[in-house]
Design a protein around this ligand. Structure first.
Ligand SMILES: *Cc1c(COP(=O)(O)O)cnc(C)c1O
Length: 493
């Protein structure tokens, strides 16, 4: 199947591209994104036929339905990476926590956050295409904490790929920082930026748009690509686990076939919930997608009012930092799917020029057929983590935002799956403050130790050993020196 452009065609770029093209060069005409020309229709009994499939078998059959131009053995090799998760037969378990409430735990991969679900296989696929084409790629990543470790882990020592990852110095948790600066691979460069995440992100955008930088790379025979969720290569792997949610509830005999369920997704860039939207469109019986956000409530506002307005808004730093966002990239794909390319271009042009776009009442009503949204603050998260811990379930601050949606947005009495996007180990000081209902400052190392010892939680060895690994990447630089630093790195290897 081919891929088309969300903002229409500019007459210069191809009107449609293959999957390989879309993931190697993820930027389409007018700054748009690539989406599948149509979503594959699965056979009627697809869900029932996969009741006893392994995750990998399910994933393989869904990918096959997309008819992507990737060799069978490369797909299988990519999916084999789920074998590195805690339980290879069930990489993302769906756990019952209340009568009608289930947690889909997406953090059982190597870096303990949901980014591994897609980045693990994506890294393998991207590198195999690059190798096959005999092309070299530089992957740029700017991270507020979870994408960086997952991208470094997946691309480590992959042929034909180099990664330069920028993080805001002082803006990530200790665990997240160590997961990056201790990651050892010849093809990896990790750079701390003196500034915040926005500074790292703008540096990345500047480089992606810089002709001189691209020219320099070209001289070295290197092309640029991106590993964030504008890349459909990540989204395709984020469709699969929503099927898995439904199949798990069927297997656990919590629902009967055809019964609808709610999905609740803690959202930032909207990539996770977009996968749910596609799964719904492909036939999974989902009543509605409930979107949870934090005090940066731009998504809640958009879904409730049809107006996306970031004028005069500043990013707030919260205890669920992976959802701290103003411009959410993947809403564009939903907009395209519901209203077409012309409207998408109008909205996105407005957003870029005026920091706002406004949908009609009719369009908003259409959006609300699929999505509802609510936001909550850090205090709500704290109380929620504590109350679930009192019942022996430990969740991270991102997951906690889902409970508000579960409590307030359900209109029908249906089973609900919430997505747990990070393990408590990535945000242990916040989690400990919640459990003890205090505000004491502790380091990640101290909080990890206290929680694992006093609250009977197991600590994955990958997290525990971080504190004794040597630091490989120690450059902390000024924003203005980024280009120089990256160019130097490329020339070194
Ligand atoms: C990335 C991330 C999110 C947000 O996911 P999107 O796909 O960007 O909406 C939520 N929680 C955690 C822990 C994350 O790492």
């Amino acid at each position: 199947m081919n891929f088309t452009e969300t903002r229409g065609n500019d007459g210069q770029m191809p009107k449609e591209v293959t999957f390989s093209e879309a993931i190697l060069n993820p930027s389409a005409s007018f700054g748009g994104l690539y989406v599948p020309k149509e979503l594959p229709k699965l056979e009627e009994n697809f869900l029932q036929n996969h009741l006893n499939s392994s995750y990998k078998e399910l994933a393989y059959d869904i990918l096959k339905a997309f008819e992507i131009d990737i060799d069978e053995d490369e797909i299988k090799k990519a999916l084999d990476l789920y074998d590195n998760f805690d339980d290879p037969s069930d990489p993302c378990p769906v756990v019952k926590v209340k009568d009608d409430l289930f947690v889909h735990e997406q953090y059982h991969g190597p870096t303990r956050a949901f980014k591994d679900m897609a980045l693990q296989p994506f890294g393998s696929i991207l590198s195999s295409i690059a190798k096959k084409r005999d092309e070299k790629y530089l992957i740029l990543a700017a991270t507020s904490g979870d994408t960086g470790p997952a991208a470094l882990n997946t691309f480590k020592n992959k042929e034909n790929i180099q990664v330069a990852c920028m993080y805001p110095d002082g803006g990530t948790s200790d665990v997240q920082r160590l997961q990056m600066v201790c990651e050892d691979g010849e093809n990896l460069k990790v750079i701390g930026i003196k500034g915040n995440f926005d500074d790292a992100q703008s540096a990345l955008k500047r480089l992606l748009a810089s002709d001189t930088f691209k020219e320099e790379l070209k001289n070295d025979g290197i092309k640029l690509s991106a590993a964030n969720s504008v890349n459909f290569g990540r989204i395709i792997f984020q469709i699969i686990y929503h099927f898995w949610s439904y199949i798990q509830l069927l297997k656990q005999e919590e629902i009967t076939f055809g019964e609808k369920i709610y999905l609740v997704v803690p959202s930032g860039n909207f990539g996770n919930v977009l996968g749910g939207f596609y799964a719904l469109k492909m036939g999974v019986p989902i009543e509605k997608l409930l979107v949870a956000s934090n005090e940066n409530n731009i998504l809640t506002e958009w879904i409730n009012t049809g107006i996306y307005d970031i004028r005069g808004k500043d990013l707030k730093l919260t205890k669920s930092p992976a959802m701290d966002i103003l411009k959410s990239s993947n809403i564009e794909r939903v907009i395209y799917s519901l209203y077409g390319a012309q409207r998408t271009k109008e909205f996105m042009d407005n957003l870029n020029e005026n920091n706002v776009f406004e949908m009609t009442e009719e369009e908003t009503a259409q959006l609300k057929e699929y999505f509802s949204a609510v936001n909550s603050d850090d205090n709500y998260g704290k109380v929620t983590i504590k109350s679930f811990m009192d019942n022996d379930y430990l969740m991270d601050p991102h997951t906690a935002t889902c409970i508000k949606a579960y409590e307030e947005l359900k209109e029908k009495d249906l089973k609900t799956v919430i997505y747990s996007t990070a393990e408590w180990t990535k945000f242990s000081p916040t989690v400990l403050n919640a459990i003890k209902n205090d505000n004491n400052f502790l380091s990640d190392k101290e909080a990890l130790q206290i929680i694992s010892e006093n609250y009977n939680q197991s600590l994955p060895s990958t997290i525990e050993k971080l504190f004794s690994l040597p630091v490989i990447h120690d450059s902390i630089i000024d924003k203005k020196d980024i280009e120089k630093e990256i160019t130097k790195f490329i020339r070194e290897i």
